[in-house]
Design a protein around this ligand. Sequence first.
Ligand SMILES: N[C@@H](CCC(=O)N[C@@H](CS)C(=O)NCC(=O)O)C(=O)O
Length: 224
Amino acid sequence: MALSLHFHPLSSFCHKALIALNELDIEVERRFLDLGDATQRAEFLARWPTGKMPLLVDGDRVVPETSVIIEYLAKRYGRPDQQLVPTDEDAAQEVRLMDRLLDLYVMLPMQAIVGDRLRAEADRDPIAVNKARGTLAMAYGMLEERLADREWAAGEHFSMADCAAAPSLFYAATLVPFGESQRRLGAYFGRLMQRPSVVRTLDEARPYFKFYPYREGLPEAYSP
Ligand SMILES: N[C@@H](CCC(=O)N[C@@H](CS)C(=O)NCC(=O)O)C(=O)O
């Protein structure tokens, strides 16, 4: 097996893929990607034009996009008892829906807010940041409702949707804390933070949290 993953240890989407790798017990060669380095950036863009990480490379095959990477790994290299995307079609559809909701309405607005903070002050966009904060609040409300009848994001079993939830909520909570009325969401986040695949991923990222601009809001266990 010649699997490698191009990643950065602080990146939330990379955490999503790493959590899945841990769940599936798959070891890959990890290639640290520094997109701030012009040579690495040019090489990476030549391989995958969106320039988005993580990127899985399997021999000659390039596998982009976290949800596609996770399904690819689970189908080809996962154990049959590790169904991050269930074989039952209805259950699989719920996993894919929750995965999309978490990527689009938690991960992306969180990224937008953090990205804004990393810009020079003159280039910041408070309107976009406010909108992103509103999206996070909306998503928390939606998750609170959906968690009424389930332990994990898409049902009774840990799935690809939880791989998306853990890093997105980990960082999003530093920007918009969970509300008093969002108890199910808070409890769910607690379960995620205890999941061994998540603990391992966050532990490995620990030396880098000092570079996260909203580090003061990180859970105490990961406070630099
Ligand atoms: N839809 C993509 C999103 C990946 C993504 O946004 N990755 C971020 C890091 S968390 C990235 O590569 N950012 C670098 C850039 O935009 O230049 C996926 O699911 O893989």
